[in-house]
Write a protein that binds this ligand. Structure first.
Ligand code: XBP
Ligand code: MG
Length: 250
């Protein structure tokens, strides 16, 4: 019996990557006098690597052979990332990034039904609490029994470690859990931890390989704007992803 829902954050709860993280990285680069600019297409490629600090290193190695690393490069990456987090959380507090369709509805229904909710993400903890507070509810972070985030485990998604860490913290085994992810790295991470996974795609992840997913949806859907199911088993089906629908799929 599934009674525990594990949510990825970036791309799953909200479309944070293109209009949140990406401009925040760019603002940090400018602040540090670096002429690095991540446009929408380039950022899509860089998303192959999870974790902001890891992504900066990947970019330098892959795209900036001209850049001469200073002796304190490791510290520079940490400082850049700290600045990026400050830009990002400020952005959430001022403008806000809305939750994706159906997210608030399903979280509310699951909470009312007594399900355990948890967050399982590679992003920085401050980013999660800022998003939940400003886009979900002032007490949004308290809706979740565990928030597993960031550098808590050294091996980020697609490694299963962050899911295993969260389940150990919750004291549940994988059979009681259902994960929500938007990307191939996220899906691989959850499946490797033995957790069945529902995928909602976004523009960056639509073409990923989602084999092994319970179902692949455009989004969770709302009564006035139903999801479209994208995986072969139910392609074209429309609906609203609620607890009854999840139970039927499980
Ligand atoms: C999210 C990430 C994160 C964010 C940026 O992946 O990879 O790195 O892009 O956040 P997932 P930080 O949705 O699979 O958890 O800069 O705080 O790392
Ligand atoms: Mg994600």
């Amino acid at each position: 019996m599934v009674d525990t829902l594990l949510f990825d954050v970036d791309g799953t709860l909200a479309d944070t990557e293109r209009d949140g993280h990406r401009p925040a990285f760019n603002a940090a680069f400018r602040e540090f006098g670096l002429d690095w600019t991540w446009d929408v297409a380039l950022y899509g490629e860089l998303l192959a690597v999870t974790g902001g600090k890891e992504r900066i290193r990947y970019y330098v190695e892959r795209d900036r052979p001209d850049y001469r690393k200073p002796a304190h490069f490791d510290q520079l990456v940490v400082d850049l990332h700290k600045a990026k987090t400050a830009h990002y959380t400020r952005m959430l507090a001022t403008g806000g990034i809305p939750l994706r369709p159906g997210v608030r509805r399903l979280l509310g229904e699951a909470r009312a039904a007594g399900y355990t909710l948890a967050i399982v993400t590679t992003t920085t903890p401050d980013n999660v609490t800022a998003l939940l507070r400003h886009s979900l509810a002032p007490d949004g972070p308290d809706w979740f029994s565990v928030i597993a985030a960031g550098d808590i485990v050294p091996a980020k998604k697609p490694a299963p470690d962050i899911y295993q860490w969260a389940m150990a913290r919750l004291g549940v085994d994988a059979g009681r859990c259902l994960a929500f992810e938007d990307s191939e790295n996220g899906l691989r991470s959850a499946l490797a931890a033995g957790v069945r996974t529902l995928v909602t795609v976004n523009d960056y992840t639509r073409a990923h390989d989602f084999s092994g997913a319970l179902a692949v949806l455009s989004d969770l859907g709302e009564p006035h704007a139903p999801y479209v199911r994208l995986d072969a088993a139910g392609a074209g089906e429309r609906g609203v992803c609620d607890l009854a629908r999840l139970r039927a799929w499980l």
